[in-house]
Design a protein around this ligand. Structure first.
Ligand code: PLP
Length: 412
């Protein structure tokens, strides 16, 4: 008898991200230059003092409590209070192996409907499917900075049915658009009116270029979950340390999440939790400032050099992504568009379909992190102005890739 896989798991589609990565590898093997604008990874090293703390704690081998190290939860609770003014007590914080796992646990525990604004990060939809929760896409527009308006959200809730259990997932700064949501208050009002739940994915919030930590929890703490972690601001994606803050009222939900954690990963590795205490007990102001300044300068360079009558694009506001839209494109789908761009210019990007857009929308996600972050970081000081000269010196692949892309688009 052949082993059987559940239908819903078999149905999980292979993302075009994988296809683009495969094609990139093929080109590299053939000796071609590929501009890696498809990756979503911080190029910067983890702050040295946090690395040192990890080393000092490497000898620890005992299991920690399921919910996570007491001291770490206390520090995260303080960090959230400082940034949002909302009290998520340490009892309501769960340390998870990356924030992705935290979101999966929510989907496993929750029984209801999920509203996903398009664009949304690639993993939200498959996670909802794993949890057997139905996804309702809410397409956004460039005019509203790629976030839903309050009216659109209300309409969507009504079309699903007011009596249904609903979670809206919001991510700002956003992967893939690089945009910051500036109508959180209006969205919160609608969420409050219909008592829906919100999952606020704040993995990039420390990388907001204006240095404002905006969270919808400020306006709707009652039912807002927050996820975050070390992967993006701290450059430690591979350390797998995330957290989930659960609203005070949702005690049953919290209890279920703890059971799920206990029956799956048990607890996050011990040395990393100790290192994370260091990450959350200090501001790391200089590090964050320099990282944000570099990303902002490089992002603006890309924006200015791509914007044309053939490429529509909004200025970068956070994280390390931009989402260009190609006009007059002769391609049938955004996947075909990205494949052609890769073949003809060597620039690898991810197609808009991966982020919830209809295949015909000629959108792509461009990640502007194809540079040596350690080298760039070392050569920038707090009062350095990061101009074109520095960008050309420390991010030559970005400069060359953008030039090829812009020339390619002129022929459209
Ligand atoms: C929008 C978004 N949310 C969450 C994650 C997951 O991050 P973590 O490493 O904490 O699991 C990512 C990582 O790419 C992301 O882009």
């Amino acid at each position: 008898m052949l082993p059987k896989v559940k239908k819903k798991i078999l149905k999980l589609k292979e993302s075009s991200t994988l296809k683009i990565n495969e094609k990139s590898k093929e080109l590299i093997l053939k000796g071609k230059k590929v501009f890696q604008f498809g990756f979503g990874q911080s190029p910067f090293p983890v702050p040295q003092e946090i690395v040192e703390t990890l080393k000092e704690n490497a000898y620890r081998k005992e299991y920690l409590p399921i919910q996570g190290l007491f001291d770490l939860r206390k520090k995260i609770s303080k960090y959230l209070f400082k940034n949002t003014g909302i009290n998520y007590p340490k009892e309501n914080i769960l340390i998870t192996p990356g924030s992705k796992e935290a979101m999966l646990l929510i989907h496993l525990a929750f029984n209801g409907e999920i509203i996903l604004p398009a664009p949304s990060w690639v993993s939200y939809e498959p996670q909802a499917e794993i949890g057997s929760n139905k996804v309702h896409w809410l397409e956004t527009s460039m005019v509203n900075n790629w976030f839903p308006t309050a009216k659109e959200l209300e309409k969507k809730i009504n079309s699903i049915g007011r009596k249904k259990n609903i979670i809206l997932i919001l991510n700002s700064p956003n992967n893939p658009s690089g945009a910051v949501c500036n109508n959180l208050k209006e969205l919160a009002k609608i969420a409050y009116k219909y008592k829906i739940l919100i999952l606020s994915d704040e993995i990039y919030t420390d990388l907001t270029f204006t240095n404002e930590y905006n969270s919808i929890s400020k306006y709707y703490p009652e039912f807002t979950f927050i996820t975050g972690g070390l992967s993006k601001w701290c450059g430690a994606g591979g350390w797998r340390l995330g957290f989930l803050a659960v609203p005070k009222k949702l005690t049953e939900f919290l209890k279920s999440l703890k059971s799920l954690a206990s029956e799956s990963y048990s607890t996050v590795n011990t040395p990393t939790q100790f290192a994370a205490v260091k990450a959350y007990e200090e501001d790391h102001k200089d590090y964050k400032y320099k990282v944000r300044s570099i990303l902002k300068a490089v992002g603006n360079y890309v924006y200015k050099n791509l914007k044309s009558n053939k490429i529509l694009i909004n200025p970068p506001q956070g994280a390390f992504y931009l989402m260009p839209e190609f006009k007059n494109s002769k391609y049938k789908t955004s996947t075909k568009l990205c494949e052609a761009i890769l073949k003809e210019t060597g620039v690898a990007m991810l197609p808009g379909t991966d982020f919830g857009f209809k295949p015909k929308r000629m959108l792509a996600r461009l990640s502007y992190t194809d540079f040596n972050g350690a080298e760039f970081y070392k050569n920038v000081s707090r009062d350095n102005f990061i101009g074109e000269k520095m960008i050309k010196r420390y991010a030559p692949n970005v400069v060359e890739g953008v030039s090829r892309l812009s020339n390619w688009a002129k022929k459209l």
